[in-house]
Design a protein around this ligand. Structure first.
Ligand code: ZN
Length: 184
């Protein structure tokens, strides 16, 4: 049974440390960690989670896009583990979009990301994969890839005056009309 892991919060040094590669994806401890991270992200309505967020300095993250209360428009996919990733190329076009982070509760900010990226990584079976991602999945990948470089989305917000609390984010995105329905 997967175990929900504690999520490191902004200010904890583990979020800023260098990671080391995963040596053996088939290691039962790595397999259990992947299951725990998938369960932890789902429990917290996250669409991704990186190993440093569960206090482990490893080059590993989960991409788990699905519609949930924090990201109602997220595309549905089965959660996948991304091990020892590289970003091979990035498209020139940037898209600005709202991000949040399980390690920075209650805060949202607009971040520019490359619309398309080419990536290479090992999956949880240890198979080398090369893929191209676009739009929201590319955004998640870039956000999580940042985590394994010790970078957080707030570092990439161009103007801190654009940061918003979760409550104000809902108002900005949904508009005043729906506020009565969406907010508590
Ligand atoms: Zn994050």
């Amino acid at each position: 049974m997967p175990v929900l892991r504690q999520i490191a919060q902004l200010g904890h040094p583990v979020l800023r440390e260098n990671v080391r590669p995963v040596e053996d994806p088939s290691d039962p401890a790595v397999q259990a960690l992947i299951d725990d991270m998938i369960a932890t992200a789902a429990d917290a309505s996250g669409v991704g989670i990186a190993a440093p967020q569960v206090y482990l300095s490893l080059s590993l993250f989960i991409v788990a896009s699905r519609p949930n209360p924090r990201y109602p428009e997220a595309p549905a996919m089965s959660p996948s583990a991304v091990i020892n990733p590289e970003i091979l190329w990035r498209s020139d076009d940037l898209v600005k979009g709202w991000e949040g982070c399980l390690s920075i509760p209650g805060l949202r900010g607009p971040v520019s990301r490359h619309r398309r990226i080419g990536v290479r990584y090992l999956d949880r079976e240890g198979r080398l994969r090369e893929e191209e991602h676009a739009d929201f999945i590319a955004r998640i990948f870039q956000h999580e890839f940042d985590h394994i470089q010790g970078v957080l989305f707030i570092d990439r917000v161009e103007d801190t005056r654009e940061l918003a609390t979760e409550k104000e984010y809902v108002r900005i995105v949904m508009g005043d009309q729906e506020l009565g329905v969406r907010s508590k």
